[in-house]
Design a protein around this ligand. Structure first.
Ligand SMILES: NC(=O)C1=CN([C@@H]2O[C@H](COP(=O)(O)OP(=O)(O)OC[C@H]3O[C@@H](n4cnc5c(N)ncnc54)[C@H](OP(=O)(O)O)[C@@H]3O)[C@@H](O)[C@H]2O)C=CC1
Ligand SMILES: CC(=O)N[C@@H](CCC(=O)OP(=O)(O)O)C(=O)O
Length: 351
């Protein structure tokens, strides 16, 4: 594809949390112009009607979902659409010649039968599952360069995998001992309403959900198994926290040696050297969700326990930025051969 001037981007699902965050971030990207914001339910309406925070910033009517029309307006399309929707739509967009970054879970698993088991939708055809590059930027960034189709990782998966991979790859933690205790803000559930995210159910409450049934379990296990070379299974518990943004994955694993916190800091800083969006905290300093809010950072800290021989790894991200829209743009930057930080230099919003 020859691109003169700015790359033209379309967003399907632009009325959802992931889509509207893509608009916020892409507005500040120096090499990208948003040329279409797309909605299946509100085509024709001005986007600022539903999103008054965009008044005077994005003056554009929502377009309908039509692959040929999108291909006429854009070079790349972000699909911030529910699982099941992306599975049907993305092949049409690829066939129309677009580059695609899909934010859903529909193309993350390489095994279609496993997808159907966890997502309860018919799997996309195998050729698309194999074509999709799993875009965990700091780990698989070299696969992304020049790719046409990226499957953006899940939010919990991003926080958890970035926190576990260096130690697992180095053989410092036992591959069969991993427990992930993850917490998310409510925006992780998207903009749709349900009893689960009803204010009275969430406010001053804290609850576990989808225990041992979460769709990110096979995604995390697929990648950890590839990294480790041995079949990895994890115990994974997700919780809803009464806050809007943020994920904290607290991970526990048995160590294969007597490593201390400084050893982990040194290992992780070496692994993530030159990758500006992963910040490894000093020994004994654990990150909090607010310290990455509104930014594309993933912050990681460690606590080792010589008494039990276990390490606790704490990893935090903003679920809508590094867990969705930010990483999607980081992936596009890598696809295009641009600096991965391009348009993503946001300082976290604090307090
Ligand atoms: N929220 C988060 O933190 C994260 C979300 N994700 C994933 O990203 C995707 C988007 O999530 P999120 O923005 O939170 O979800 P939302 O529910 O907030 O938004 C999804 C959007 O998809 C659009 N949509 C629904 N059906 C169709 C359809 N048939 N065709 C085209 N568009 C459709 C809807 O817009 P309209 O009705 O206007 O078309 C809706 O606004 C999901 O797959 C989600 O799992 C991944 C990581 C993190
Ligand atoms: C708080 C909350 O409900 N979070 C969502 C994560 C959404 C997401 O990231 O979904 P995919 O990665 O599968 O697209 C959940 O637990 O299902």
């Amino acid at each position: 594809m020859t691109v003169t001037g700015k790359l033209r981007a379309a967003i399907v699902g632009s009325t959802g949390y992931g889509g509207v965050e893509l608009i916020r971030l892409l507005q500040n990207h120096p090499d990208i112009e948003i040329t279409s914001v797309i909605s299946s339910s509100s085509a024709g309406a001005p986007i600022e009607e539903g999103f008054p925070h965009l008044t005077g910033i994005v003056q554009r009517n929502l377009d309908g979902v039509d692959a040929a029309e999108i291909a006429g307006r854009a070079d790349v399309v972000f699909t911030a659409t529910p699982s099941g929707v992306s599975a049907k739509l993305v092949p049409q967009l690829l066939e129309a010649g677009l580059k695609v970054v899909d934010l859903s879970g529909d193309f993350r698993l390489k095994d279609g039968a496993e997808y159907e088991q966890w997502y309860k939708h018919p799997a996309p055809s195998d050729s698309y599952l194999q074509q999709a590059v799993y875009g965990l930027c700091e780990v698989f960034g070299e696969r992304t360069a020049g790719a046409d189709f990226i499957s953006n990782p899940g939010c919990y998966s991003t926080a958890s995998l970035l926190g576990l991979i260096p130690a697992l790859q180095a053989g410092w933690i036992k591959h069969d001992s991993i427990i992930i205790d993850a917490k998310s803000g409510v925006s992780g559930a998207g903009r749709g309403t349900s009893l689960m995210v009803h204010y009275s159910e969430i406010n001053e409450n804290f609850k576990a959900y989808k225990v041992n049934k979460h769709q990110h379990i096979p995604e995390i296990e697929q990648t950890l198994t590839e990294i480790s070379g041995e079949k990895v299974t994890v115990t994974f518990t997700t919780h809803l926290v009464p806050m809007t943004r943020g994920i904290m994955s607290t991970m526990y694993a048995g160590m294969n040696g007597g490593y201390n916190e400084q050893d982990f800091v040194n290992l992780y800083r070496k692994y993530y050297a030159g990758r500006p969006f992963v910040r490894v905290r000093d020994a004994g300093v654990l990150p909090a969700t607010k310290e990455v809010s509104g930014s594309n950072y993933c912050d990681i800290g460690f606590a080792t326990d010589a008494r039990t021989g276990r390490v606790t790894i704490v990893s935090v991200i903003d679920n809508i930025v590094k867990g969705a829209a930010g990483q999607a743009i980081q992936n596009l930057n890598l696809m295009m051969g641009w600096e991965e930080t391009r348009g993503l230099g946001y300082t976290p919003v604090y307090p």
